[in-house]
Ligand binder design. Sequence first.
Ligand SMILES: [Zn+2]
Ligand SMILES: [Zn+2]
Length: 307
Amino acid sequence: MNTEARIIEPGQIEAPAGQIPFLRLAGPDVFKQRAERFRQLSQGHPFGGYLAFLATLAQAQQEALAHFPTVPLPGAEQQALCREHGMPVLGAQAWPRDAAWRAGLKEMLRHMATASLPGPASEAVSRLMQAGDAELEEIASKLLAGDLAGVGAQDMPFVAAALQVYWIHMAAALGEHAFGRLEQGGLCPVCGSHPVAGIVRVGGTEQGLRYLSCSLCATEWHMVRIKCSSCESTHGINYYQLEGSNGAVKAESCDDCNSYLKLMYMEKDSQVEAVADDLATLALDVLMDEAGKARGGPNLFFHPGSV
Ligand SMILES: [Zn+2]
Ligand SMILES: [Zn+2]
């Protein structure tokens, strides 16, 4: 593992805040791109089987998103109130979920049932197809509250996938103007969830800017670099990468709160995708764990009981 010296100061190379796009909502092809990336990363990878499974699941998500029905959304008054108080408009735990997310889940399960899946995944598909509304809502509530260990490892990816589709659909339906900055810069302005990773972008006004990527709704929001996304400290920030890696994925760690978040550098690999590249670099998480650092945000496809 290599530690890299600090090379730039926060804000040093960035355009003034007003000129920077603060929010980037997930686009209509978000799951298609994620599926492609999963497929690419699965080639010759030690966890290739799981990455390929997630490619198929992301494809099912893409189809569910494309057919998603109209759902209730917060009205203009509620949106304004949230913006005024720095609260997420579509809070992952606060927002009353519409039954449409479960219909989306069932659609995805039917799609997945036609794919050739490993035994345990196939059993989870059959089980979830039969599961009652109350049971599914309970799993969803645990997942959205961050209690990943309380959710069955085989059920988690399917339920997480359905919730992602639902939240991305709602965020897109409201549009960027609905969302404002939160008090806590490290939480998603749309749903209040923790980021899965950060992306250092390339091109145009976004050149060299760091955007955090939401673990639930895939929204990207701007946060200055060399700043802990968990406690917002700018001191004791260090960078780690795997020996022999091309530097496209690094872990940014904080001495103040002992957490870390991965950063992905488009300059090193223009194809990086937060959720997929995070799962493809679990070896880095193992090293960070050995270094006594804890993840600053979850990956909803990575069950804490699986290592
Ligand atoms: Zn979000
Ligand atoms: Zn920190």
